[in-house]
Each structure stands twice: as C-alpha cells, then as structure tokens.
Design a protein around this ligand. Sequence first.
Ligand code: KIV
Ligand code: NA
Length: 266
Amino acid sequence: VRKVRTHHLAKWKSEGHRWAMLTSYDQYTAQLFDEAGVPVLLVGDSAANNVYGYESSLPVTVDELLVLVKAVTRSIQRSLVVADLPFGSYQRSPEQAYDTSVRFMKEGLAHAVKLEGGAEMAPQIRKLTEGGIPVMAHIGFTPQSEHNLGGYRVQGRGDASQKLIDDALAVQEAGAFAVVMEMVPAPVATEVTSKLQIPTVGIGAGAGCDAQVLVWQDMLGLRSGRAPRFVKKYADLRSVISGAVDQFQSEVADGSFPAAEHSFES
Ligand code: KIV
Ligand code: NA
C-alpha cells in the first residue's frame, strides 16, 4: 500500500488483519511512525494534555490543533492522517461540523476527521461524509464529555451495553469509516466489532477490536505521573532523556563538552 486509504482499512477488517494507530503532533514522530508503517496517525485533541499542558482536552482550540495537523501532514508519505475535532467545534450543528472540518482538510491537509459521540452525532457524520470528508467516530468514554459522564469511567457495562451497540450501529449507518471505542468492557467491544462492517479501534477496549490506538507519549513513556490501566509502556523515554540531560549538564560543568571534534580550528 503506497498511500493508506479508508478502503484499505475496510479490506483489512475483512481479511482479519489487525493494525495499530498512534497519535502524532509533530514532525519527528510523524516521520518515525510513517516510516515504521503505522497506517493511521491521529492528531488527537489529546494534544491539549500532551503538547499544550492543559489538564483536560476541553480547552484546546481549532487554531491550536490546526498548526499540529499541518506539521504532521507535511511530514508523512504513506499514513492516513486523522484530525480530531476539538470540543465545541462541531456539536452545535452539522454545518458547524462541516465548516470546522473543511479547515482541517483545506488548511491542515488532513485526510479525515474524528469526532466524539454516537447516535446523537449521526447528522454531523452524514453531513461530513456527504460533503467528501471521511469521518472516524469515537464512542464509549468520550473525554470531551467528562463532566457529563462523571469522570473517567468505563462505559457500556451491564444494561448500558445496548446503548454502546446502538451508537456503534448509528455511526456506521451515518457513514463513519471507523469507530474508536474507549474504555468499554472487552466482551462488549468484541460484540460490537463482530456486528459492524467498519473497523473498530480500541483503547481500553480489549483485544477483540480490529485495531488499537495509544497516545505516543503514553506508550513511549514520556508522560509524567500514573498512566491509565489500558496503557502499555513500550519504552521509557523519560529516563532516556533525563539521563542524557544530566550527562550534558555535568560535561558542561566539568569542561569535557565540547571536545575538540565539536570545535572549530582557526
Ligand atoms: O485525542 C486522542 O488521543 C484520542 C485517542 C486516544 C483515540 O482521541
Ligand atoms: Na481525542
């Protein structure tokens, strides 16, 4: 696959080929993940926490995300780049969602957008897809609704599993090409995955999904503080970086940096 398209993701589902998605917000991670063959990169509104230093995803703006989307799309060759629509930029109406998404596609050169919500977002999803903009949906725990959902909690447990299934079917029916499921019981996510034609992308949703997504600063151990249960740390970049910075400082202090090879002769 020279350039990943939404139809490839559909084909991979029918072949039972699982794939990974990662967030990216800058040039170097975009290059690295693209070269590693990660088929889908998400410029998530999690940039709020992981780039801008906000406590939640709610404060981040379209303009703040747009500059990151541009950096990522300028840096990739093959990956499909999905831009997250931030809180308040699409919920009001399908027209608002369309205007915001056009900015991400036209100015950001994104290949698709992602928005949070199930059946209630069907009009937005339909408007976007009919207007030429592929949509990834996001159901289960939706961080932009943290205050409505009573904090970070698993969604779709017990009787609520039917609502999750209905939401998944509704976003598919409205035209979404994939759906993220966040923090839902593994058996429910597996059931949704088997009921849907479009791929499911899990985060805290068990191994039964068609794909998995993680925030790169979480999976590479750059994040400070305790990570959620669903995060697996594949590297410890915090200790790599702080070790290197310590060494730099001590070599500056003891005069061993810069050495002759880092210096210019007269
Ligand atoms: O913003 C984000 O990083 C996300 C993923 C965790 C799905 O929405
Ligand atoms: Na997000």
